[in-house]
Design a protein. Structure first.
Lengths: 394, 794
């Protein structure tokens, strides 16, 4: 009988647009800030009792390389005894890290874990600084590996007959739902405002100057967008295509993390759990239509957990593209009302490997707010995978 | 005095572009404007079309300054040019305002195209001797003409200094002009437009017909008459017409400057030409439409040029006047009348507006892009014979008395000057000592010849008794053909024995427009791609294409042999015992780019447009172009991003928009020399040759190996292509060509960072080139380029 896994805290940084507010903020700084905040929020927890820090990152190199999990936990003054590991399942990395952490507790091996995700797309581009494909990719069977994410979205458009209008409508609604959520202060509980300190050389005064600015909120939401504006954008990935910059997710910077405990630890540290981790599944699909991944992962995880689709009252479906989100909703006949009630990556941004942990924070806080029983975080994954995780509100 | 800093007063379109001319020459420039706009105006320069900066980084030479607060900074300027609105009072007020801030030895100038320089400067007091007019043409980066206008008080030493500075440092062509309305270029150039309007109306010709007649066929720019008017701006044209109408009361052709009704109509509709996207022409639904005066609508251009007129214009210009006059077709009568009027008008005003006939002709060459000046054309047709014809048709026309005794406008002694009643020689200013082959007009003697080493239909190989051999192309657009390649090989061998250095230089742009496609497609159509196959696959269609001069069929060699010969010859050029230097201006495309890349140093004019464009005709660079780019990439620690950049350049057939940008693209080296004045290219190239000789130049090691990107770098490019092909942004044939370019640039599918030698890459280039040439789609692309002069996407 597996042990129960409880989530005590789930927090995140605001999400910045790539090249914007966090463009000069190192991802290990973003992450160590969140790791520190996690301890500050739970003063009763003895940090030395944390067994391991598992962090997801999709392009783990340069500023987020060298095992960013270990480096960031040391930077966050975690005891030397707390180890760290970085995991990569591209866009599911931040959910995969939670699943791995939960599994350690479920087995009964450990009592306290930290899991999270981090990505700076400002500093590390998609595919990293030195892409180097294998030439063998170009035989017919594997050519989908070479497909850019936008190209796969156009394939999904064709295969599942998704039209441009519905994609733009979906994108518009993502922004509108996010605007509404912000106006109700919904993200405040999960976001830890980040103080950006910049050191630069001032050409006029000829001095190195330090400036500080606190970032409180997600940057990607377009308050002034309209269907008309979205309709004007040019297709970016096919000459006659329908996937545009406006109906795709944004490139972003951010970090998120959560504290997971066993029942024993809850009692020992006198903690109140937010939620229970229920289950996680991944599944592979043809890389050419990677966006359809959740169509396999969602039924798989439901079956594992003995739940039905209608049991899930809130689904955080990562909006890599409006096209693939619509295809997933259509194929599984998901109830659109339960999908992304606070908007998604089209409005809120998608810092690849951090997204799983960031959206988990959004989900857990909103489940609490709305008193919803079960919630899910799910996403498609580059090179053809889908991932889904289920949480139970307590 | 050295001009160290320049101040430009006025940050409007003209002021900003003039500032860019100085910035392009790395001269610190203060751009003055009103505080509210000047920063924006400065930042806007980088978005001008055509581009005002040779490189976006040149902007750093300009500092914005405000009329309100920064006038004290004027004291640091050695040259101050006013370029605000064309209004005498405004200009005078501004000068009054700035005088207290000027350095005592400043050179002060006004850039005006229509006002009197004398009048603008009348209140300058002590500064009058330091004041003149400097008339730039629009767009100033690209138009080489600068008219200098002195007043009675201008110190001649100052003009001398400006002539040297503008000519050498800014690469401009200077004409001294008198303070007459329109100076020289606009006076004659605008008259030429006026006479076209007049006769087109009289003979019922449409705008597009006039443009077809007065463009390249008449040896004038492609934009001809009305397209030029659109580019200049119809509002400006009307302004000049009105000004001429106002001040040229005694001009016998005065009535020509009445603003035509249709011009007013267009202006009422705010159709000002290019800048409002509608003028005499308008692009609608992807097609060019032309304004029709009767219907006041735009219709699809639909002109037909009379065959007999076309054939006259194909004959030598010396036959034009007689033949055009004799042909009764309205189009012929139109051209004859326009030429006749422009001849008579230029002669009538010569003494008032210019010193000699040369001034008018160069003004038309440099200011309006005419290939043949009006007096050159007249003289070619016989001065007195043509005049007699003109007078038969225009019995009461006014002619100047001096013309009666003149049989030539140009002789070995120079150009005719009515005020001297003699032939005036060229300016002896020292700056022209660096223009070794200073151009001359038809009828004047060439300034220099050189000693010929050998010469044939395609090349001239010569020297000037200084130990430096010069290799010059004579082919059309200086294209490479088999004879050029053979000659180059021979020339290098001679130069290595008998000379200390060799320069590849052309007497005029372009440097080289690439390989002769006729020869390539001929070979392909004859089935002579990789073997001798003279008669078996003879296709009649091939020869229909091959009207231009081609070697006889017996002289054709299989193309793979020709490519190998080109590769060997360029390798010899690169590794010859003596330094080889390319002097580049204008286009250097395909084989031309490969030619310059294989020289040991390059001297390039700012306006050099360099690129490996073989993709456009379905091929890849196979004269060592890919090999050279792979070799250049190997100098970077991380090969991959550089290879990706070079692939993109070749794959998209990109052309550098300046010499500075060609450095970024890797076609020019950081050590190469960029010059502003194209006529100084050979001089500077010789200086570089001397330098290399004195440095005891030795070639690089021919056996040197270098790293290639191999299969992983290639796979990266293939990934990019896969997405472009899947998104249907490129055709299947595009993808095939691009794959072959990628394979060559990356050195095939060897391991990343494998060391290879040049021969390995040359063999890859040649193999891929031949495979592509065998493709029908590539042959279609070449034919299309030859027939339609633009690339085919198939």
């Amino acid at each position: 009988m597996p042990h129960a896994v409880y989530i005590v805290s789930s927090i995140r940084t605001p999400v910045g647009k790539a090249g914007s507010v966090f463009k000069n903020v190192r991802p290990d700084d973003l992450l160590s800030f969140i790791l520190k905040s996690l301890l500050a929020d739970n003063p009763s927890v003895d940090p030395s009792k944390i067994d391991d820090v598992i962090i997801g990152c999709a392009m783990p190199e340069a500023e987020q390389g060298l095992n960013v999990a270990r480096i960031s936990s040391l930077l966050a003054s975690y005891p030397h005894s707390v180890s760290g590991v970085t995991v990569n399942r591209f866009c599911a990395s931040g959910l995969q890290s939670i699943a791995y952490a939960a599994d350690r507790i479920r087995l009964g091996d450990v009592e306290v874990m930290v899991a999270g995700g981090v990505e700076s797309m400002s500093m590390i581009p998609m595919m990293g600084h030195h892409p180097a494909f294998n030439i063998k990719v170009f035989n017919e069977d594997n050519i989908g590996i070479a497909y850019g994410m936008g190209t796969t979205a156009e394939q999904v458009v064709n295969k599942y007959d998704i039209n441009r209008d519905s994609q733009d409508q979906f994108a518009f609604e993502s922004h509108q739902k996010a605007i509404s959520a912000v106006s109700q202060g919904y993200f405040k509980d999960e976001i830890k405002p980040y103080e950006v300190i910049t050191q630069s050389y001032d050409l006029d005064s000829q001095e190195v100057t330090q400036q500080s600015k606190i970032i409180f909120a997600d940057e990607g939401i377009r308050f002034d967008t309209s269907i008309e504006q979205l309709a004007k954008l040019k297709a970016a990935f096919h000459i006659n295509g329908s996937v545009t910059a406006g109906n795709s997710s944004q490139m972003s910077d951010g970090a998120g993390a959560m504290l997971l405990c066993s029942e024993k630890a809850l009692k020992h540290f006198n903690l109140t759990p937010m939620a229970r981790f229920v289950g996680f599944a991944v599944s592979g699909v043809d890389p050419k239509i990677m966006g359809i991944g959740p169509v396999l992962a969602i039924p798989k995880v439901l079956a594992q957990c003995g739940l039905k689709q209608h049991d899930i009252g809130h689904i955080e479906l990562n909006e890599a593209f409006a096209a693939q989100s619509l295809a997933v909703i259509q194929e599984l006949n998901l109830d659109p009302k339960v999908v992304n009630p606070l908007g998604g990556a089209i409005a809120l941004g998608h810092p690849l490997g951090a997204t799983g942990s960031i959206r988990a924070a959004t989900l857990l806080h909103h489940l609490k707010r709305t008193n919803t029983h079960y919630g899910m975080v799910t996403m498609c994954v580059g090179s053809g995978m889908g991932a889904a995780g289920i949480f139970e509100n307590l | 005095m050295k001009i160290s800093q320049v101040g430009i007063l006025g940050s409007g379109v003209m002021g900003a572009q003039i500032a860019a001319v100085f910035a392009n020459a790395n001269i610190p420039t203060l751009l003055f404007g009103y505080e509210a706009h000047v920063e924006d105006n400065l930042n806007n320069i980088n978005s001008f079309k055509p581009k005002a900066f040779t490189h976006t980084a040149q902007q750093s030479w300009i500092t914005a300054a405000s009329f309100e607060h920064d006038l004290t900074q004027l004291s640091d300027c050695d040259l101050v040019i006013e370029a605000i609105i064309e209004d005498v009072d405004a200009k005078q007020d501004l000068f009054a305002k700035i005088l207290p801030y000027l350095s005592t030895d400043v050179i002060l100038a006004t850039n005006t195209s229509s006002l009197s320089v004398d009048q603008i400067g009348e209140n300058l007091g002590d500064f009058q001797s330091q004041f003149c007019g400097i008339h730039f043409f629009n767009p100033p980066r690209y138009m080489s003409l600068v008219e200098l206008i002195s007043t009675e008080n201008t110190n001649p030493d100052l003009l001398d200094q400006l002539e040297g500075f503008f000519t050498s440092e800014l690469g401009k062509n200077i004409l001294y002009v008198k303070d007459e309305p329109g100076f020289i270029a606009n006076r004659i150039g605008v008259f030429s437009i006026a006479t076209c309007i007049h006769h087109a109306d009289r003979l019922g010709l449409d705008f597009d017909t006039v443009d077809a007649l007065t463009g390249t066929k008449l040896k004038r720019p492609k934009s001809a008459t009305f397209r030029t008017a659109d580019l200049v701006g119809l509002d400006i044209l009307k302004h000049v017409f009105e000004r001429f109408d106002q001040v040229l009361n005694d001009d016998p052709w005065h009535t020509y400057f009445k603003t035509p009704q249709w011009l007013n109509h267009l202006l009422e509709q705010h159709a000002l030409g290019e800048k409002t996207k509608a003028g005499i022409y308008k692009k609608e639904d992807g097609e060019i439409r032309v304004y029709q005066t009767e219907s006041q609508n735009y219709i699809k251009a639909n002109y037909e040029i009379e065959a007999s007129v076309k054939s006259i214009l194909k004959t030598n210009v010396s036959r034009w006047i007689n033949a055009l006059r004799a042909n009764q077709h309205p189009q012929s009568q139109f051209l004859y009348s326009v030429i006749k009027d422009t001849c008579l008008y230029s002669a009538y005003h010569l003494q008032t507006i210019a010193h000699s006939t040369r001034d008018i002709d160069w003004a038309l060459h440099w200011g309006f892009g005419w290939e043949v000046g009006i007096f050159e054309l007249w003289q070619a047709n016989g001065v007195q014979a043509s005049l007699a014809l003109f007078l038969q048709d225009d019995t009461d026309v006014s002619t100047p008395s001096w013309i009666n005794g003149v049989t030539d406008f140009y002789t070995d002694k120079g150009a005719y000057s009515p005020s001297e009643d003699d032939y005036a020689p060229y300016s002896k200013h020292v700056v022209y000592d660096h223009q070794l082959y200073r151009p001359t007009l038809m009828g004047e003697s060439k300034h220099r010849q050189g000693v010929t080493i050998f010469e044939n239909d395609s090349v001239k190989f010569f020297h000037e008794n200084d130990g430096i051999a010069i290799f010059s192309l004579k082919t059309k657009l200086h294209t490479l053909n088999l004879e050029v390649i053979d000659s180059l090989k021979q020339a290098i061998a001679i130069a290595e024995q008998e000379f200390k250095a060799m320069i590849i230089w052309q007497d005029g742009a372009p440097f080289c427009a690439g390989a002769n496609l006729y020869e390539i497609v001929a070979g392909a159509k004859l089935g002579m791609i990789d073997h001798q196959n003279l008669y078996t696959k003879f296709k009649k269609k091939a020869w229909q294409l091959l009207k231009p001069n081609l070697p006889s069929i017996e002289d054709l060699r299989p193309i793979n042999e020709v490519i190998e010969l080109l590769q060997q010859t360029l390798t010899t050029l690169k590794y010859s015992k003596i330094p080889t230097i390319a002097a580049i201006e204008g286009l250097a495309l395909g084989g031309g780019c490969e030619l310059l890349m294989h020289c040991n140093r390059r001297v390039a004019h700012t306006e050099s447009y360099i690129g490996l464009v073989e993709m456009g005709v379905g091929l890849l660079p196979a004269g060592g172009g890919c090999k050279e780019m792979a070799r250049r990439a190997a100098k970077h620690k991380d090969l991959f991003p550089t290879l990706a950049q070079y692939f993109e350049q070749i794959g998209l057939a990109k052309i550098s928009e300046s010499a500075q940008l060609a450095v970024d693209m890797g076609y020019l080296d950081e050590n190469d020399v960029i010059v502003s004045q194209r006529l100084e290219l050979l001089y500077v190239a010789k200086q570089q040759a001397q330098l290399m000789i004195h440095e005891h130049y030795r070639p690089e090691d021919i056996n040197q190996t270098y790293r290639v990107g191999g299969s992983s770098a290639k796979a990266n490019i293939l990934a990019q292509l896969t997405n472009m092909r899947t998104g249907e942004f490129i055709s299947q044939h595009d993808e095939l060509i691009a794959q072959k370019i990628a394979d060559t640039l990356c050195g095939g599918e060897v391991d990343a960072n494998t060391e290879v030698n040049s021969q390995y890459l040359l063999d890859l280039e040649r193999t891929h080139f031949i495979e592509l040439l065998k493709q029908d789609k590539t042959q279609e692309r070449i034919e299309h380029m030859l027939i339609k002069h633009k690339p085919l996407r198939n």
